[in-house]
Design a protein around this ligand. Structure first.
Ligand SMILES: [Zn+2]
Length: 324
């Protein structure tokens, strides 16, 4: 990224806006409009975090760290410079290009019988769910590229977003597409292609977190198809980590309030899912969050549990039986 592009990004994201969006509040005002509050980067008890909104700079007298909004994003999300840039770009708003692409994919879904059949096979049936998750379908070839070009998007922008490959094809082909916060997840219909794909950039936070964070009990699953069947079965307090390893941002989200988290990862033959939930449960408890590990019948994930006839009340019983 060029010096000018960095300056432009910083101009578009004032540090104070970004801090306030992460629940920072000034405790008092100092001279020349500067503000002092608790530090979000260390466990702070008396306000030691100084913000100068006119310069968009911060400095903490407690942990000795300071800088601009990019530096803050690096430290807060515990990521390196390029990931911090990606997170800030996402935060600035879903790029219109991805929004158009997701809209195009949604229109395609009902035109392709094999896509709808695949959703049925994975237990996704209700139109409300498809609407809620904004599920789409990427047929491939060059139809997305043609559509976006018609709308006036230049090819380099499509390449940069990862929507089109270097040789000019649509990057997602025969994939069910789920819009995420600043990315698109594509699940392949064909067994010969890699099953899971994301566009370049971060996978973002927990899926649908804003709608879930107010629940006192939260069910955490690995995959979007697990999320889908639970939501359809009436468990609207479900969220998804897109894998069984949480990034620093997702972990921080889970810890942003008092709650009980039901860890419902896949039961893998090699024990990796069980290990991941045990270690996450420990880390959550260390932060004062109640964690319970839900034990599914052998070889099942929440998706297969419901696809093979499991009912909401049976899943509820598994939640109640979950061990702290
Ligand atoms: Zn600090």
């Amino acid at each position: 990224m060029s010096r000018q592009a960095l300056d432009e990004l910083k101009r578009q994201i004032p540090l104070l806006d970004y801090l306030q969006a992460h629940d920072w509040q000034p405790a008092r005002q100092l001279s020349r409009g500067r503000l002092m509050g608790l530090c979000l980067l260390h466990s702070d008890h008396k306000p030691s975090f100084l913000v100068d909104p006119s310069k968009s700079l911060f400095y903490c007298y407690g942990c000795g760290r300071g800088g601009d909004v990019i530096r803050f994003a690096e430290l807060y999300h515990q990521v390196k410079f390029p990931q911090a840039l990606a997170l800030l770009q996402q935060w600035r708003g879903w790029p219109p290009l991805l929004h158009e692409a997701a809209g195009f994919y949604r229109i395609q879904l009902h035109r392709y019988g094999d896509a709808v059949a695949y959703l049925h096979q994975r237990g996704v049936r209700s139109p409300e769910l498809i609407e809620h998750m904004r599920i789409g379908y990427a047929p491939g070839g060059g139809c997305l590229r043609r559509w976006l070009t018609l709308l006036g998007y230049p090819l380099p922008a499509l390449l940069q977003a990862g929507l089109v490959t270097a040789i000019g094809y649509d990057a997602y082909m025969h994939r069910i597409v789920f819009p995420l916060e600043g990315n698109l997840y594509g699940r392949s219909l064909s067994a010969s292609a890699p099953p899971h794909r994301f566009l370049p950039g971060a996978k973002g936070g927990l899926y649908g977190w804003e709608q879930v964070r107010r629940f006192p009990d939260v069910i955490l699953v690995e995959g979007l198809f697990d999320y889908a069947v639970l939501w359809q079965a009436g468990f609207h307090n479900v969220t998804c980590a897109l894998g069984n390893h949480l990034n620093a941002y997702q972990f921080r989200q889970l810890c942003d309030g008092m709650r009980t988290v039901y860890l419902t990862f896949d039961v893998d033959a090699n024990g990796s899912g069980q290990q991941a939930s045990q270690s996450l449960a420990c880390r959550l408890r260390a932060r004062g969050i109640t964690a319970r590990c839900v034990v599914l019948p052998d070889g099942h994930d929440p998706n297969s549990f419901f696809v093979q006839g499991g009912e909401a009340r049976q899943f509820q019983a598994l939640l109640e039986a979950a061990q702290p």
